[in-house]
Ligand binder design. Structure first.
Ligand SMILES: [Zn+2]
Length: 140
């Protein structure tokens, strides 16, 4: 049966309820809800898009500096040392995530979502893991 995990999840850039459920399950270390959340994320583009959006905005805030100009891909914004921590498939995806707007506060993920659709299930699962880890890095 479905149950709830009380949590202090912030992840202010992630709005989709399914995406937030997955993050809360991860914080609670609940295998049952994580499995369900992973399945939701991998089966529903809206959930994956919401996680990607939250990941890109969070990392963009961390990685930008006063010289950053938009539009720029998240890949180009990333310090090279940080890219090493990402799976190869995730690196390909963040090459296609564009941070835009005068303040760099909007993201364009259409190309990245198309790339995600081309990946194998295994690759997509590894990307999902990177997104969740990044979003939750300083939470919980
Ligand atoms: Zn649970």
């Amino acid at each position: 049966m479905a149950h709830r995990h009380p949590s202090k999840l912030t992840a202010e850039h992630v709005v989709h309820p399914g995406a937030r459920r997955l993050l809360k399950a991860e914080l609670a270390n609940c295998a049952e809800c994580r499995a369900q959340g992973d399945a939701d994320a991998l089966g529903d583009t809206a959930v994956l898009e919401s996680l990607l959006h939250g990941f890109v905005l969070k990392r963009a805030e961390q990685w930008r500096n006063r010289h950053s100009r938009y539009p720029v891909t998240l890949y180009d914004l990333a310090p090279p040392d940080e890219l090493r921590f990402l799976d190869i498939a995730t690196r390909e995806v963040v090459r296609l995530c564009v941070v835009e707007g005068r303040a760099g506060d909007r993201v364009e993920t259409a190309g990245a979502l198309a790339e995600l659709a081309n990946l194998t299930d295994e690759e997509r699962a590894r990307v999902l893991g990177d997104l969740v880890d990044g979003i939750l890095e300083d939470e919980g």
